[in-house]
Design a protein around this ligand. Structure first.
Ligand SMILES: NC(=O)c1ccc[n+]([C@@H]2O[C@H](COP(=O)([O-])OP(=O)(O)OC[C@H]3O[C@@H](n4cnc5c(N)ncnc54)[C@H](O)[C@@H]3O)[C@@H](O)[C@H]2O)c1
Length: 263
């Protein structure tokens, strides 16, 4: 099925690593124009070059800390300047520090988690809505998580990921009449497929993020006892953002984790 993404103007935040990189790759393979936004300049540029090789109609990189004032406007301005609009916004940038809720008492940690996961998505989405409303169409995808439904050692992080679901559904209800669809993909555990997928600011740069035992136990509790890959997430994002394949789908949460959660 032709998803209709050829030439589409897609923005992927946090596109420099792991899942965001996989999503950017997916759009490139569909012949879209892709803007990779990341705080890590080297990773953003590396992925941009990969997108060209994969067949993107155009590929650009924007180095930006999405937690700074005016970041969302700068992201959308870059797409408008390059291509005159945004067809797909993927709010993928994220950050997490796993830990027991009662022990995660550091307010700076709460602040960073909320800034990166929730405020950056609010900011980029608000900035994209104007041009999308003007165009009478657009797709916004939020990367949530299994943790949104409650998970040990993910209390602060999971709260932000649950917030994204409310945000996505509000956007869906308020802006559907303007042809804008807003959906959520909730990945299960997705390990980076190779070294090229991890830069210094990726959470996976930390070798102790999860122990092999923790990873093994996550996979064993999934209905499909096999790992989830960035391509699995990308395929779901490509589908849900397609005006052809998901024309009547909005406000939905699709969990892609081998049945780790079933929202
Ligand atoms: N990997 C998983 O197991 C998993 C599971 C569920 C949900 N998720 C969510 O999927 C998304 C991607 O996860 P990932 O594993 O690829 O993470 P990652 O840490 O490997 O990549 C995130 C990217 O976002 C960028 N980023 C972080 N803060 C930024 C900022 N302030 N401004 C701009 N860019 C910034 C990083 O530089 C990095 O390139 C995140 O939202 C994450 O919470 C991941």
């Amino acid at each position: 099925m032709d998803l209709g993404h050829a030439g589409a103007r897609a923005v992927v935040t946090g596109g420099g690593a792991n899942i965001g990189r996989g999503i950017a790759h997916g759009f490139a393979r569909e012949g879209a124009r892709v803007l990779v936004v990341d705080v890590d300049a080297a990773q953003a540029e590396q992925v941009r070059a990969e997108l060209v090789d994969l067949g993107a109609a155009d590929a650009r990189a924007l180095t930006l800390d999405l937690t700074t004032d005016g970041a969302g406007a700068a992201v959308v301005a870059a797409a408008l300047e390059a291509w005159g609009g945004v067809d797909v916004l993927v709010n993928n940038a994220g950050w997490s520090e796993p830990g027991w809720f009662a022990q995660q008492t550091d307010r700076a940690l709460w602040q960073k988690t909320i800034e990166v996961n929730l405020f950056a998505a609010i900011d980029c989405t608000q900035a994209a809505l104007g041009p999308m409303r003007e165009a009478g169409r657009g797709a916004i995808v939020f990367l949530s998580s299994d943790s949104a439904f409650g998970a040990v050692r993910q209390g602060i992080y999971g709260s932000t990921k649950a917030g994204l679901i409310a945000l996505a559904r509000t956007v869906a209800r308020e802006h559907g009449r303007h042809g804008i669809r807003s959906n959520v993909i909730a990945p299960g555990l997705v390990l980076p497929p190779d070294d090229a997928a991890v830069g210094a600011s990726s959470v996976w740069a930390r070798e102790d993020l999860f122990t092999p035992e923790q990873i093994d136990s996550v996979v064993r509790t999934q209905a499909l006892r096999r790992p989830t890959t960035p391509d699995d997430i990308a395929n779901a994002v490509l589908w849900v953002s397609s005006e052809t394949a998901a024309r009547q789908v909005t406000g939905q949460v699709v969990a892609v984790g081998g049945g780790s959660s079933m929202p």
